[in-house]
Design a protein around this ligand. Structure first.
Ligand SMILES: [Fe+2]
Length: 225
């Protein structure tokens, strides 16, 4: 429920050929449904919902053409900037699942000013905020209380599959294990950007972390249909 498989919309796959390679591998691993989530932000990817829907239609045609045993929906990974706040006010956001889950990310250097207020506004608009890869933000490595506070305000967490295989470094891996120990992982996502990521994903399939993941109260299967 977190990937970048619509070519040309962000820093993910660059062609439908790459999309096909990724989807083939996911289907071979037994994954039956993908929710792809292009980045949306003012500075880098001010992509419209209509453009995402068009990209989704193209990938659905690709799946049909190659008869892959997998289905795909699209939402987005929203950076919490002023562009996002405009979209929130306009009601022009792409969520997923039965509870209108909204995948959001914060900046790498610092969380946005008034994060709690933004999360509250998301919820009053009828969405459930899901923070993408909380284990990757450096400023939370030394401030785990801030993560606990986020959960108390009703923000769910999505762990990146590849964080457990050391893909983003040892500190991120350590924080990922901390989240698992706390049972704070609501969704597991791949954050798959390109075929080159598949190797790192494959490593987890044989890892002992898979058993720990299975003990999390994951919402992936029950909420997404
Ligand atoms: Fe992502």
């Amino acid at each position: 429920m977190h990937s970048h498989l619509l070519p040309g919309l962000d820093d993910g796959v660059t062609s439908l050929d790459e999309t096909l390679t990724c989807l083939r591998q996911l289907a071979d691993w037994g994954i039956r449904k993908v929710i792809t989530t292009p980045h949306v932000s003012r500075d880098w990817y001010p992509t419209s919902s209509a453009a995402i829907q068009q990209g989704l239609a193209d990938v659905r045609a690709l799946i049909a053409e190659h008869q892959l045993p997998i289905t795909i929906d699209a939402a987005a990974e929203y950076l919490l900037d002023d562009f996002f706040l405009d979209l929130l006010n306009k009601g022009d956001l792409l969520s997923f699942g039965d509870k209108r889950y909204l995948l959001v990310e914060t900046g790498w250097s610092a969380p946005p000013f008034q994060l709690a207020d933004i999360l509250f506004r998301i919820q009053t608009r009828g969405y459930v905020p899901v923070l993408a890869h909380p284990e990757r933000y450096k400023y939370y490595h030394t401030d785990r209380d801030a993560l606990a506070n986020l959960r108390e305000t009703g923000c769910l967490f999505q762990l990146n599959w590849m964080s457990l295989s050391g893909r983003y470094g040892s500190q991120v891996e350590k924080q990922a294990r901390f989240l698992l120990q706390q049972q704070w992982v609501d969704f597991i996502g791949s954050d798959l950007h390109r075929p080159g990521d598949l190797k790192a994903m494959a490593r987890l399939l044989n890892a002992k972390d898979l058993a720990m993941l299975e003990q999390q109260p994951l919402l992936n299967t029950m909420s997404l249909g």
